[in-house]
Design a protein around this ligand. Structure first.
Ligand SMILES: *Cc1c(COP(=O)(O)O)cnc(C)c1O
Length: 227
């Protein structure tokens, strides 16, 4: 009941064009089922094995998003069903995703994860590294992946101006990249998704142009352990 109410409260405050990824990492199947029964179909997990288990146990019309840092040797376990991979931060990983996608005769949508936080610990690519990847011949040859946008995580801080600045910088880069890649001769890039914002900062992210938010604890409650 609580999960359903939380979901509704969030959906009421965000516009219909915004995609809400309900981040269910560490949470039991029953919690996901409750959100599913309330009509929600898009869930995010940050560990491939956990996502596979949940995929197998739950209805097949769920869209599963991988939002965590990827271990390349595990991409094969989710290649047949994953809907969107948010955390791609190297060309090597794209090559592996492409290889696994070919085996399943599909194209896997991906987001490149940009480094926007000032903190040292966050994963992600600098803006110029993203441009380099996209311009490379190796990337252009990957026909079974499609870069549909960018993902970013702001610093873990109470300073809302800093969070806002970090998200704004990603939005500006996204718009620029969208322009410069719109005449791409390859089909493996078409930017329309900007994944920014979590429970604590999604409102700031939305003000700064996010169109996909990844919300966990505000829907499912606090997690018992660090994921
Ligand atoms: C856990 C996680 C979230 C959701 O975090 P909450 O603060 O619980 O909303 C969003 N994005 C990523 C990449 C995560 O790992």
């Amino acid at each position: 009941m609580l999960i359903k109410n939380n979901l509704q409260n969030i959906l009421e405050t965000v516009s219909k064009e915004i995609t809400l990824v309900a981040v269910s990492k560490t949470k039991p199947i029953a919690d996901i089922k409750e959100a599913y029964d309330a009509g929600h179909k898009i869930f995010g997990e940050n560990k491939i094995q956990e996502m596979v288990q949940k995929y197998e146990a739950l209805p097949k019309d769920i869209e599963w998003h991988m939002i965590g840092h990827l271990q390349r040797n595990k991409v094969k376990y989710m290649a047949h069903f994953v809907s969107l991979i948010h955390g791609v931060d190297s060309l090597k990983t794209l090559v592996e995703i492409n290889k696994q996608a070919i085996k399943h005769n599909r194209v896997i949508p991906c987001l490149l994860q940009a480094r926007i936080a000032q903190e040292e610990t966050k994963f992600g690519l600098d803006f110029d590294a993203i441009e380099q990847i996209i311009r490379s011949d190796e990337f252009k040859a990957l026909e079974n992946i499609k870069i549909v946008g960018l993902m970013g995580m702001a610093s873990f801080t109470d300073d809302e101006d800093q969070i806002s600045n970090e998200y704004q910088s990603l939005k500006m880069f996204f718009d620029k990249l969208k322009d410069s890649s719109s005449d791409s001769k390859t089909l493996n890039i078409k930017l329309d998704t900007l994944s920014m914002g979590m429970s604590g900062d999604y409102k700031i992210a939305l003000v700064n142009g996010s169109n996909m938010i990844r919300v966990g604890s505000a829907i499912f409650g606090e997690r018992n352990y660090i994921a």
